[in-house]
Design a protein around this ligand. Structure first.
Ligand SMILES: C[S@@+](CC[C@H](N)C(=O)[O-])C[C@H]1O[C@@H](n2cnc3c(N)ncnc32)[C@H](O)[C@@H]1O
Length: 184
């Protein structure tokens, strides 16, 4: 059933090419109610701009890029070729490479700068991510009391609800304390 809903990661068969799942803009609105960011933000895998547009409506300057051009931002930009970004990064990365996106983002931002990633709650588990969390614990994890949705190809009407629990993870480069869980 979850595969039919486009919410499963058990099979690549139904995974949209290049891991394109658009973020519900409401999830970004909720984030901005509890966190503020640097004026200039990088959205390194912007898709059709579902995150970028909300940030821009809230007066942020957003640099929007993606490996594939989907009608928004600049296409043909592999995030792993970006070697520095001096302010904050906000995105919902391709889940298959989420760990690599987190690691690369932390590597390229300046100390004290922040990274907000929309990720599944299961990202907290697994042996392969243990070291990441020990070396770079997130400062906050925001759990949605009402589930946020990410949908294949950005067609929200086809997938009105979600079988997946997404959270906003906030990293602050250099933070070594205990993460705090909050509910939004
Ligand atoms: C889960 S979708 C999210 C799209 C958008 N951030 C949003 O929240 O609506 C992931 C996006 O990452 C892009 N992507 C995949 N690999 C990438 C890479 N190496 N560099 C930049 N973008 C990449 C895909 O093309 C896709 O648009």
């Amino acid at each position: 059933m979850f595969v039919i809903m486009g919410a499963s990661n058990h099979s690549d068969f139904t995974r949209v090419q290049h891991d394109y799942y658009a973020t519900d803009p409401q999830a970004v609105e909720e984030l901005l109610k509890v966190e503020s960011f640097d004026k200039n933000i990088l959205e390194p895998c912007c898709g059709e701009g579902h995150i970028s547009k909300v940030l821009e409506e809230n007066k942020y300057n957003v640099t929007s890029r993606d490996l594939y051009y989907r009608g928004y931002g600049v296409g043909g930009m592999d995030f792993f070729t970006t070697t520095s970004w001096h302010e904050d990064i906000i995105t919902n990365p391709p889940y298959k490479y989420a760990k690599e996106f987190v690691e690369h983002s932390i590597k390229i931002i300046d100390d004290g700068k922040r990274l907000a990633m929309l990720l599944k709650i299961q990202f907290l588990e697994s042996v392969k991510r243990r070291e990441l969390f020990e070396e770079n614990p997130p400062k906050y994890v925001y759990v949605f009391s009402k589930r946020a949705n990410c949908v294949r190809n950005g067609v929200f009407t086809n997938y009105p609800s979600s079988a997946v629990c997404y959270c906003w993870y906030i990293w602050e480069k250099g933070f070594k304390g205990e993460p705090v869980i909050r509910w939004i």
